[in-house]
Design a protein around this ligand. Structure first.
Ligand code: SF4
Length: 66
């Protein structure tokens, strides 16, 4: 699983942190999303997918290899 974000779409809502604070953080400077872990372990898949699903800016992309 690979996680990437389009910061230009991020609204700084912080929703993604509530789903997966081990994967996402917010910058102290601009309050936009920062990816802490671009390749989270498989057991975090559901949380990361929920974060992407409920991102109001549709800024989170999750790719699954294979
Ligand atoms: S949920 Fe989406 S809009 Fe909100 S901080 Fe995370 S990436 Fe940005």
């Amino acid at each position: 699983m690979r996680v990437s974000v389009d910061r230009s779409r991020c609204l700084g809502s912080g929703n993604c942190l509530t789903w997966a604070s081990d994967v996402f953080d917010q910058s102290d400077d601009d309050f936009l999303v920062v990816v802490l872990d671009e390749t989270p372990p498989a057991e975090r898949r559901e949380a990361v997918e929920q974060a992407a699903r409920f991102c109001p800016g549709q800024a989170i992309r999750v790719d699954h290899d294979g």
